[in-house]
Design a protein around this ligand. Structure first.
Ligand code: PEP
Ligand code: MG
Length: 624
């Protein structure tokens, strides 16, 4: 049987081979008990309290086990669930619903937690809205316990399945705990994010998790063999032995000692919490701290100077002598804030973004810069990185704001760092053409290929239907990168690359061949990246890249790489599945499922189309 690839988003990294097992962790709502009469209110309250107590005991036991295993972060997460169960307001509200409205315990619980979930879900703040998963998790567990369907059901489902890969709707903390206990190899989910508590648990347990938006449409059967490659973000159905071996090889490495590598490896982070001893031991330092998440986390408004100061201080304290590159705020595009209006924007990626906002609100950057300069006193080396620079004029505008921030600190006699580096993030093609002038004004530069290629190829990086035009291996893109490497070398200024291409195992050899000395990568990718770099034939890849630079097409580049034995990109990368999207089975375009009138049902399966024409062709061919 031929392999089938489905792209997914990595929620927790790793590799897992196993067999599919479906589990419904969202049992039906309480329809079956809603009408259940009970005569004794106190007995019903007692029933609810008993289940709360039982769950609390279970969770406390789990916390103990995690602490014994030194999984302190995981233990803390579960401890927050215990705190919710002890919350007097929550318990009182459920009692009141039972007492006043004569509701069964399950319904009362659904009512009270449902209200809390509603409020949290409305939040545009990603971190807050994600916490609904924790509340929903507690609700589902309590409801299961009240129905006497505890977690034994999970074990029953896994019985007789070898190395189970469990398919779930939503990634919830209790499921991850169960998965650990039941030695599940990996998880496939259609809902959840990498910042959720459940994902953090999975990462600390080493359970790989992939999110595939339209998981229900994936052609999977119970007990089917699959391979989760949560290093490059793929699910492989019916993998061959060769694929399993090849993928497993990329996932293995030993990072205990720092090996000699052809490039310096730096880390991309979004939160100081991600920094630990191992990360610092294995890297040159922080190559990109995306500060936007701190701003997205706040609900009421821009975090004030003191709030920012304490977050940045914790980062410097953790990093000690290691260099820390802090990117100044790059909101706009797809990073929006619940408390700030960007005004009318037909195309947000070409609109108000990063420093373009400071033309109207310089105080946003002023506050951030003051907080950074103050906090950096506690650390070793500060590198301030300005994103989205288009021209020398914009850079001069930002340098003026930086100068003013320093002046204001000096005037008020506040302690701040005086010795630090300034850098620019190259993400806009116009900056490539002024790179030598820009470099004269800064100490270092980094390349943000996610945006740079988006603007270079005029391809929205989030639109699945046009991903074939997003071609990092196109010779034109390679020539652009090469010119940046050469210009930086001539100017004697350090150059880094921090876009996703640096974490892409298929692309990384090209970057080394182009002459990059430093890369900054997602910290989840350390092991496979280091493994690849340790074994890379550097002079071989330099030779191949020389040929690629004079190639005409990206296919030629791929062929050159493949012929010389360097990893080539996987063919026919299927379009990314997002929520409410499906693939038109005729033209293979990604189409919407919501409000799409071109839809038909065959053997219980729904098919969506881009047009009447495709639907007719499907129906006429009997293409089932
Ligand atoms: C990039 O554009 O490559 C980059 C590093 O920034 P972000 O992905 O945060 O836009
Ligand atoms: Mg960017």
């Amino acid at each position: 049987m031929a392999e089938l690839l489905i792209r997914g988003e990595i929620l927790a990294p790793g590799i897992a081979a196993g067999r599919v097992c479906f589990f419904n962790n969202q049992p039906d709502s309480s329809a079956d008990i809603s009408g259940r009469p009970y005569s004794d209110i106190n007995a019903e309250i007692g029933r609810f309290d008993r289940e709360i107590k039982r769950l609390k005991v279970d969770l406390q036991a789990a916390v103990k086990i995690l602490q014994i295993d030194s999984l302190y972060e995981a233990a803390e997460i579960i401890q927050t669930h215990v705190l919710i169960l002890e919350d007097k307001d929550f318990l009182g509200r459920v009692h009141e619903q039972i007492r006043k409205n004569h509701l069964a315990a399950e319904i009362a619980l659904e009512h009270v937690l449902g209200e809390i979930i509603d409020i949290l879900e409305k939040s545009e703040n990603l971190l807050v809205s994600q916490r609904t998963a924790d509340i929903r998790d507690i609700m589902l567990r309590l409801k299961m316990n009240l129905k006497n369907e505890d977690q034994a059901v999970f074990k029953k489902v896994l019985r007789n399945v070898n190395s189970p890969v469990v398919v779930l709707k939503e990634l919830l903390p209790s499921m991850v705990l169960e998965a650990r206990e039941s030695k599940v190899s990996g998880l496939l989910v259609s809902e959840g994010t990498s910042l959720s508590h459940a994902a953090i648990l999975a990462k600390s347990f080493g359970i790989p998790v992939l999110r595939i938006g339209n998981l229900r449409q994936a052609p999977m059967k119970h007990n089917q063999e699959v391979l989760i490659d949560a290093i490059t973000g793929r699910l492989i159905l019916d993998p061959t032995k060769e694929s399993i071996q090849a993928v497993k090889k990329t996932g293995k490495t030993d990072t205990r000692e720092k090996p000699l590598l052809p490039v310096g490896v730096w880390a991309n982070i979004i939160d100081p919490e991600q920094v630990n001893r191992e990360l610092l031991l294995n890297t040159e330092g922080i190559g990109l701290y995306r500060t936007e998440f701190l701003f997205m986390h706040n609900q009421e408004g821009f975090p004030d100077e003191e709030t920012q100061y304490s977050v940045y201080s914790s980062l410097f304290e953790k990093c000690g002598k290691s260099p820390v590159t802090i990117r100044t705020l790059d909101i706009g595009g797809d990073k929006i804030l619940p408390y700030f209006s960007f005004g009318p924007q037909d195309n947000p990626f070409l609109g108000l973004r990063a420093h373009r906002i400071y033309r109207f609100h310089p105080e946003i950057l002023h506050t951030q810069l003051r907080a950074i300069l103050r906090a950096a006193v506690k650390g070793g080396q500060l590198r301030i990185l300005f994103p989205m620079i288009e021209s020398v004029d914009e850079l001069l505008f930002l340098k003026k704001l930086l100068f003013r921030a320093e002046e204001s600190l000096k005037d008020s006699g506040t302690e701040y760092i005086k010795n630090y580096e300034q850098g620019i993030l190259i993400e806009v093609p116009s900056a490539v053409w002024s790179f030598n002038n820009l470099l004269e004004l800064v100490d270092f530069a980094s390349i943000g290929t996610n945006d740079l290629f988006q603007y270079f190829f005029a391809v929205d990086r989030n639109n699945a239907n046009i991903q074939h035009s997003y071609q990092p291996e196109n010779p034109a893109a390679l020539r652009m990168l090469k010119s940046l490497v050469d210009t930086a070398a001539e100017a004697g200024k350090p150059l880094n690359i921090c876009g996703e291409t640096a974490s892409d195992l298929h692309y990384l050899p090209l970057l080394v061949g182009l002459g990059f000395d430093n890369i900054s990568i997602d910290f989840h990718m350390f092991n496979p990246v280091i493994e690849l770099l340790k074994n890379l034939d550097v002079s071989g890849i330099k030779e191949v890249v020389r040929k690629c630079l004079t190639s005409a097409t990206f296919i030629e580049v791929r062929n050159n790489l493949e012929k010389a034995g360097f990893a080539a990109r996987f063919d026919a990368a299927p379009a990314v599945f997002q929520e409410q999207e499906a693939i038109d089975p005729v033209c293979k375009m990604v189409v919407h499922t919501e409000n799409n009138r071109f839809v038909t049902e065959e053997n219980g399966k729904r098919y969506y189309f881009c047009s009447q024409d495709c639907m007719n062709r499907f129906l006429n061919k009997g293409n089932k």
